[in-house]
Design a protein around this ligand. Structure first.
Ligand SMILES: Cc1cc2nc3c(=O)[nH]c(=O)nc-3n(C[C@H](O)[C@H](O)[C@H](O)COP(=O)(O)OP(=O)(O)OC[C@H]3O[C@@H](n4cnc5c(N)ncnc54)[C@H](O)[C@@H]3O)c2cc1C
Length: 437
């Protein structure tokens, strides 16, 4: 019989699913005991990475490290435990006129996960990664000792941990800066692009906008390859908003959030359903350009509207494939990638293109490099390993790499880029897989 502390765990892609020990605690002596007694540990935040990055033999979940420590309103500096979710940060900060400098496409990630993956948002070209705004954090090392890490103190550990995928220790708490906002709304422009040339030109034209992201129809071929919609945005000023928002410019009404009740059968998401979805998505905006004001939830987190949307991919799960290709060869590389996907018949119902600006050389483990990044969801099926291997070849040819927080099957040549993280105590399934191949 298996011991009762063993449980089934999977991250957002529901692939792989493992049966391992997972423990959560908020008592530092107990966390220290766990770290000292187990041969191998990996930290897990909210499991929003897609693959096996926060899975391991013994998992420490930061779920119970969920307390706020302090908020300096004068300087917009928040301190909290590592398991606090960005959604919880927003809940208290937005009504007081603050927002996250950098947020990924879901708010349901922990502060520890944001540091360990050094997450980026739609504003990398303008404002960089999450780490730019992290002032310090407490890290538990392999001996259970707590190190204060910042640019000045234990700075090697600070930089190795940023984007270090949990391999340097457990982040227990962090202090980071927030951005001042006047309203909870975004001034948005959505612009349709017929093909890759148009969308790349639009990205160039939009470099002065803080937020840029494009949805791409990855099943288009020939002259329509790269058909897409660019969304660009800025935090709206109070003076821009009409009366309908005036009273609650910093407070949003709670919205109904439906939940996907069960895993969809495997046949629901197929080439044809994705084609129909893509057609409707592109057609729903009639005009070439649409200008409007929308609340920040709709702009930043459209997928969070439906709880457990990952179940639509069925029980076998899905992967997210995210790569970056340097800017100089970005267009050629993206064309080849999109052609390969369209020919494979393995469509992605979600395909998001973003522009990365220059990276911070100090944050050497962070994924972003100057160039274009494309993120695609693929259902797990028999054809997938071949498609991933074909895409990996193209990414390698163009000098790109893969985002570790999404990876579950890419080749080590594209994923073995972390430095100063070797530590026999903190080991993930992902790290073992990369090292063993
Ligand atoms: C819908 C969706 C959209 C997304 N969009 C983006 C995006 O736009 N940009 C982007 O960058 N990412 C994006 N992501 C990925 C997500 O932001 C990262 O995977 C993030 O790290 C998840 O955080 P988590 O708290 O869920 O951590 P987990 O998924 O549990 O862990 C992720 C990594 O962080 C480590 N870790 C977690 N907590 C700690 C800790 N306290 N101490 C040390 N290591 C720790 C784990 O070991 C693991 O390596 C998206 C994910 C989803 C599901």
């Amino acid at each position: 019989m298996k011991p009762n502390y063993i449980q089934k765990v999977a991250n957002w892609g529901n692939f792989p699913v493992v049966e391992k020990e997972m423990k959560s605690d908020d008592s530092l002596p107990k966390i220290k005991e766990f770290v000292k007694n187990k041969p191998e540990i990996i930290a897990r935040g909210n499991g929003r990475c897609y693959g096996d990055a926060s899975l391991g033999e013994h998992i420490f979940s930061t779920e119970k490290l969920n307390k706020f420590i302090g908020f300096d309103r004068q300087n917009g500096i928040l301190e909290c435990e590592a398991g606090v979710l960005l959604s919880e940060v927003l809940e208290i900060c937005v009504p007081q006129g603050f927002f996250l400098y950098v947020t990924p496409g879901t708010k349901y990630i922990s502060v520890g996960g944001a540091i360990a993956s050094d997450v980026h948002g739609k504003n990398h070209h303008a404002e960089g990664c999450f780490s730019e705004y992290v002032l310090e954090f407490d890290l538990m090392d392999e001996n259970g000792e707590i190190l204060k890490c910042s640019r000045e103190e234990n700075s090697e550990k600070f930089w190795a941990t940023i984007g270090g995928m949990g391999l340097t220790g457990i982040v227990l708490s962090a202090k980071f800066k927030l951005k001042k906002i006047e309203t909870a709304y975004i001034r948005q422009e959505s612009i349709k692009a017929k093909n890759l040339d148009e969308i790349f030109n639009l990205f160039d034209e939009s470099e002065d906008w803080t937020y840029n992201v494009a949805w791409i129809d990855c099943l288009q071929k020939g002259k329509n390859i790269g058909r897409s919609v660019l969304m660009r945005g800025e935090h709206a000023q109070k003076s821009e908003l009409k009366n309908k928002f005036a009273e609650q410019y910093l407070n949003l009404k709670k919205k109904f959030q439906p939940t996907i009740p069960f895993y969809f059968p495997g046949f629901v998401l197929n080439r044809w359903s994705i084609k129909i979805f893509n057609f409707l998505y592109y057609a729903k905006q009639r005009k070439k350009t649409l200008k409007n004001f929308i609340d920040y939830e709709t702009f930043f987190y459209p997928l969070d509207v439906i709880n457990e949307w990952n179940k639509i991919y069925g029980r076998k799960g899905f992967i997210q494939y995210q790569m970056v290709i340097p800017k100089e060869t970005g267009k050629e590389g993206m064309k080849e990638i999109l052609e390969t996907i369209a020919d494979s018949g393995n469509g992605s119902f979600l395909a998001v293109l973003k522009l990365f600006g220059k990276n911070n050389p100090q944050a050497y483990n962070s994924f972003p490099q100057e160039g274009y990044t494309l993120a695609l969801d693929f259902k797990v099926n028999k054809k997938l390993p071949k498609l991933v291997s074909d895409l990996d070849e193209i990414v390698e040819k163009y000098g790109g790499r893969i985002y570790l927080t999404k990876d579950s099957m890419s080749k080590p040549a594209l994923t073995n880029y972390l430095k100063n993280v070797e530590n026999p105590k903190f080991v993930s399934m992902q790290r073992k897989r990369i090292k063993s191949e």
